[in-house]
Design a protein around this ligand. Structure first.
Ligand code: AMP
Length: 214
């Protein structure tokens, strides 16, 4: 099963993807994670994307499509979760073509709806474990008092450099201008399911499972 998690930054795509990885053996393909890795390890491509990401703009379709193309040729396990990709109509077309080339199907596109005020609150409060990527939130799921990650015991926690109000504003603008048209695109293809991403993460998980298990 291959699925897309679609929604603005902070909608909870990464959190839900982690559940699907753990419970269904799926592979999370987060272009944001791939780009951050390239940026942090200082590859040529990483240097090109660093400023674009810091501003909250989208990197070129060519770069992200190249990243996804490479991953689709690897191990498939329980299928792919596309997290933060596609983000433009060109990327969506490219994904369709890449899946067809690999004899794969797109089984669901799940739109996670969240209103903007909740997004700002979520994003400016979030941090992740530096070792395993477990997501924390200062208000709803704080880092444990003993300073150890509940999932792996790691003691280093990171905040994303672009999780500040200014670049968040730009990321939301990019979402509404360039990514939200994908809702209509996948609706027209009969692939779209929607859920309320504002609930507790386990409530949202139940809704995701209900969509995937029909
Ligand atoms: P994310 O972790 O998904 O919020 O992505 C972080 C940043 O990486 C975005 O603000 C963009 O600059 C870049 N990025 C991630 N995925 C894509 C994509 N599919 N297309 C263009 N830029 C992307």
């Amino acid at each position: 099963m291959n699925i897309i998690l679609l929604g603005p930054p902070g909608a909870g795509k990464g959190t839900q993807a982690r559940f699907l990885v753990e419970e269904r053996g799926m592979i999370q393909l987060s272009t944001g994670d791939m780009l951050r890795e390239a940026r942090d390890s200082g590859t040529e491509m990483g240097k090109i994307v660093a400023d674009v990401m810091a501003r909250g703009d989208l990197v070129t379709d060519e770069i992200v499509i190249g990243l996804i193309r490479e991953k689709l040729q690897g191990d498939k396990q329980g299928g792919f979760i596309f997290d933060g990709f596609p983000r433009t109509l060109a990327q969506a077309d490219a994904l369709g073509a890449l899946l067809a080339e690999n004899n794969e199907t797109l089984d669901a596109v799940i739109e996670m709806e969240v209103d903007d005020s909740a997004l700002v609150a979520r994003i400016t409060a979030r941090s992740t474990c530096g070792d395993c990527g477990e997501v924390y939130n200062d208000n709803t799921k704080p880092i444990p008092a003993d300073g150890k990650c509940t999932n792996c015991g790691g003691t280093e926690f990171k905040r994303r450099a672009d999780d500040n109000e200014e670049s968040l504003k730009q990321r939301l603008m990019e979402y509404y201008k360039k990514t939200s048209p994908l809702i209509g695109y996948y609706y027209a293809k009969g692939a779209l399911s929607r859920l309320n991403g504002l609930g507790e993460m386990l409530e949202v998980k139940v809704a995701v499972d209900a969509i995937l298990d029909v």
